[in-house]
Design a binder for this molecule. Structure first.
Ligand code: NAD
Length: 290
């Protein structure tokens, strides 16, 4: 079992750190929020007074932070200089590919090993330990990260070199954003054409219109499995986070000259939805605008 510094104990990181502790790892938790630290403490993690204290002497440092600038700043100010040579850095945050690559390069210069390991699955999967991790980094980094990530997820997949995990994550979520919008508009149109929502669901879910957005996360209340639609679009995956991922996808597409018309339109629609809502509703709530 390893000694693991865990930085960022928010909606996702709180449950993930708790699962590492449950698996028997010695977790040293740190967050800027005292409330998040209290929850981690109750979940069996050791409480660190600072990021530096959590990191000193740890075998691995896991970060689960809002965005690229937070990760770069924690690496620069807290990790480098405090982590012992050879320490494994695992960043599970969703951040831009360029920052993931530059963080990994800076880590190598410091004699550390870094992987990017963003997740698929929301807060429920983080709490249940059923996340999917997509990992970018060296074979050695992946081999060392795999047993740690397995304690927090149901699947851990090596996507390629540094940044490949983030690339896989934003490509996956670009599919998700576009299919959710397509599913919502088809469900809304079916209703206007006089189709019973349940009948159309029964047909599309066993036909070529089937997708995860339809059959695992149906945006209509009362149809399909239990989803945020049945709870007034509360909880789930916030539209603001979907917009964040679509913006990252557009940035990445531009950097390599990829043509992404559907992703671009999904980004525009989520920009409007978040601007006219507060961004906290689940991303499937966009059906109410269609
Ligand atoms: P969150 O805002 O709930 O948690 C982030 C935590 O980081 C907060 O507790 C904050 O206090 C802490 N933090 C910020 N800067 C810090 C610093 N310098 N030192 C220590 N702590 C610091 O966010 P979240 O929902 O847990 O998401 C985390 C990451 O996971 C994001 O990159 C997000 O895109 C990604 N993600 C989220 C979901 C989801 O459903 N929430 C799903 C998949 C991926």
């Amino acid at each position: 079992m390893a000694t693991i510094a865990f930085i960022g104990l928010g909606n996702m990181g709180g449950g993930m750190a708790a699962n590492l502790a449950k698996a028997g790892h010695a977790v040293r938790a740190f967050d800027l929020s005292a409330e998040a630290l209290d929850r981690a403490d109750e979940a069996g993690c050791g409480r660190a007074a600072s990021a530096a204290e959590a990191i000193a002497g740890a075998d691995a440092v896991v970060t689960m932070l809002p965005a690229g600038q937070h990760v770069a700043s924690v690496y620069e100010n807290d990790v480098f200089g405090n982590a012992a040579p050879g320490t494994l850095l695992i960043d599970c945050s969703t951040i831009d590919v360029a920052t993931a690559r530059s963080n990994a390069a800076a880590a190598v210069e410091q004699g550390l090993v870094a992987v990017d390991a963003p997740v698929s699955g929301g807060i429920a999967a983080a709490n249940a330990g059923t996340l999917t991790f997509m990992v970018g980094g060296s074979d050695d980094g992946f081999a060392r990260a795999e047993p740690i990530l397995s304690a927090m997820g149901k699947a851990v997949i090596h996507a390629g070199d540094s940044g490949a995990g983030q690339a896989a994550k934003i490509c996956n979520n670009m599919i998700l954003g576009a299919t959710m919008v397509a599913t919502c508009e088809a469900l809304a149109m079916a209703r206007k054409l006089g189709l019973d929502p349940q009948s159309f669901y029964d047909i599309a879910s066993v036909s070529s219109g089937q997708s995860w957005s339809l059959t695992s996360y149906c945006p209509l209340p009362g149809v399909g499995p239990q989803s945020p639609a049945d709870n007034g679009y509360q909880g789930g995956f916030a539209a603001a986070l979907m917009l964040k991922d679509l913006r990252l996808a557009m940035e990445a597409a531009e950097s390599v000259g990829a043509n992404v018309p559907m992703g671009t339109r999904a980004r525009e629609l989520y920009e409007d939805y978040v601007a006219n809502d507060d961004g906290h509703h689940d991303f499937s709530g966009i059906i109410e605008t269609l």
